[in-house]
Ligand binder design. Structure first.
Ligand SMILES: Cc1cc2nc3c(=O)[nH]c(=O)nc-3n(C[C@H](O)[C@H](O)[C@H](O)COP(=O)(O)OP(=O)(O)OC[C@H]3O[C@@H](n4cnc5c(N)ncnc54)[C@H](O)[C@@H]3O)c2cc1C
Length: 523
């Protein structure tokens, strides 16, 4: 049986930052389910928000974060984010991250719902890739940090109510192997792949949330899923993200009649909060008389040379689909983008299970409340990745316990007999259902039916043995958590919009949803 001191599941911004912090205290094993780079972090374009520009103040960043969260941010968590953010960014720069500059000064752009230019970017629109590069370079240079690629964590290892390690699938033909550790950090990233349309890469199947739930940890705020308004919509192409920063630079949205529609929906027009823009687009698509309608992002009035320079990755990707940003309208639709909920943690990254910690998109610190302010998630990964690691180091006695009496947390009730339908179609059925009935606009009746149908779809999945089978269970399990929380929250708030209860209900729901086992409570 293998053992180490700390296991970090995930090599995105949160996992990598945590590993760097843990390195002086013991051996750190970092797991990535594919290669180290493949993560949401790698695809982050727009940038990272931080109050470092001359015109900005920490209190303004806090204010914008709280107002995006629609009453549900944990103010202490948000304050920590904005206060510790500048130092974490300075560290990143020290470790070699090359943010874009104008002359010698850092260059800041503005994104939706930010009151100041405060978003740092790198290589124009490859911010996450550049941060990931610098963090990996730093982490890999540390003696005690080791990376295991294609190391898929299936389940947590729980002993007497404490997480003491996890199970790792390395060889598809073999059962998962236990690895013991003093503390485990889940930094497994997003949940986008639970939906049929998503900006997230294939790795974002909500594994960390699903496995924490199976192990008995509390899961919070899962109903809040941010749908990015502008993903490229070209048949048979991935839903490539068209960063909010494009609208920050002046791009506007036009409906099928080429009329600009955002000003009639919100005073901030195209820079309104994402949920408002996504719903406005969904509305325009619904009322459009065109078959298979789209909405257009229009940048044709902007300086083409500047666009190429500022957004090289977006520009060349669109060109691959014969769309020239400088001269053509870009067909777009919304897509699932970011999960505000996750494994419930305190301000130091502790989950409700001793020995288990979470950070980054897999965690729910309460920083984002009901809706995330654009470009706050990379910052959250940095700030809370470091905080969780500090707590892990200080709380771990590092006494190696014996392996006897281990209880593996079971994969839930989804381990039914193999169905005839190929696995990929089973996964697609889950994703389509989530998109249709647990998507941008929801209602109680459909949500109730979706909860029941998801349980059926999950029961039809084969017993998990391969990585993809585990991902299918995790997709279904995470989908169930989202649908259950969305059904329980009988109001609209932030990114969660219910047609049957379109207003806030502060008296009942100015609270966080918490799921533990078969109960959903609000507190
Ligand atoms: C297209 C796109 C653009 C974005 N743009 C921005 C932006 O401009 N600004 C911003 O702030 N945010 C942005 N975001 C969001 C941001 O990128 C993510 O929230 C953030 O990078 C998440 O970091 P993370 O470390 O929590 O997880 P990730 O970066 O997603 O890393 C997850 C890691 O967990 C590993 N993993 C998962 N499951 C398992 C398992 N079972 N076993 C082993 N390993 C596992 C994966 O292999 C991966 O290494 C964007 C997201 C996308 C998809």
């Amino acid at each position: 049986m293998q053992e180490t001191d700390f296991i970090v599941v995930g090599t995105g911004i949160a996992g990598m930052r945590a590993a760097i912090e843990l390195a002086p205290y013991g051996r750190v094993l970092c797991l990535a389910k594919l290669d180290v780079q493949e993560s949401n972090t790698q695809y982050a374009q727009g940038g990272i928000a931080v109050a470092l520009s001359d015109e900005d103040e920490i209190c303004l960043h806090l204010q914008d974060t709280l107002s995006a969260g629609d009453g549900l941010c944990n103010p202490d968590a948000a304050r920590i984010l904005v206060e510790e953010g500048p130092h974490r960014i300075e560290e990143l720069i020290e470790w070699g991250t090359k943010f874009d500059r104008q002359g010698t000064k850092l260059s800041f752009t503005r994104e939706g719902a930010h009151s100041r230019n405060r978003v740092l970017h790198a290589n124009g629109d490859s911010t996450g890739r550049e941060i990931g590069r610098a963090l990996y370079h730093r982490a890999a240079s540390l003696k005690h940090v080791c990376f295991r690629e294609h190391g898929f964590a299936t389940d947590l290892w729980v002993e007497d109510g404490r997480v003491v390690g996890l199970y790792l699938l390395t060889d598809p033909g073999q059962p998962p192997q236990p690895i013991r550790a003093a503390a485990v950090l889940l930094a497994t990233g997003g949940i986008g792949q639970v939906y049929a349309n998503t900006t997230n890469p294939a790795v974002a199947t909500g594994d960390g949330v699903a496995m924490a739930f199976r192990a008995g940890a509390e899961i919070s705020d899962m109903e809040f899923v941010q749908f990015h308004p502008t993903a490229l919509y070209v048949k048979n192409a991935p839903r490539f993200l068209l960063s909010e920063a494009l609208r920050g630079e002046g791009a506007c949205l036009r409906n099928a009649n080429l009329t600009r529609f955002m000003p009639k929906h919100h005073e901030m027009g195209e820079l309104a909060p994402r949920d408002i823009v996504a719903r406005a687009i969904a509305h325009e698509l619904e009322i459009s008389k065109v078959k298979d309608p789209v909405v257009y992002l229009d940048l044709t009035h902007l300086n083409g040379d500047r666009l190429k320079k500022r957004f090289p990755r977006i520009y060349t990707t669109c060109l691959e689909y014969n769309i020239d940003l400088a001269t053509d309208l870009v067909p777009i639709r919304p897509a699932a983008h970011y999960g505000m909920g996750g494994v419930r943690t305190d301000l130091c990254g502790r989950s409700s299970l001793p020995g288990l910690y979470a950070a980054g998109e897999a965690a729910c610190t309460g920083v984002h409340g009901a809706n995330r302010l654009a470009s706050n998630s990379l910052l959250e990964g940095l700030v809370y990745g470091a905080r969780a690691a500090t707590t892990m180091a200080s709380e771990s006695t590092l006494k190696k316990a014996k392996a006897a009496g281990c209880t593996k947390s079971a994969p839930g009730n989804g381990a039914g007999a193999a169905a005839d339908i190929p696995l990929e179609s089973q996964i697609s059925a889950i994703q389509e259902l989530m998109w249709r009935d647990v998507g941008i606009v929801r209602d109680g009746k459909k949500l109730r039916a979706a909860v029941a149908r998801l349980a059926e779809l999950r029961a039809e999945l084969p017993e998990p043995r391969s990585r993809r089978q585990w991902e299918a269970h995790n997709t279904a399990g995470t989908g169930q958590l989202i649908a259950r929380a969305a059904l329980a929250r009988e109001e609209s708030r932030g990114a969660h919009y219910r047609l049957d209860c379109p207003a806030h209900n502060d008296a009942r729901f100015l609270k966080h949803s918490v799921i533990l086992g078969d109960k959903v409570r609000f507190e």
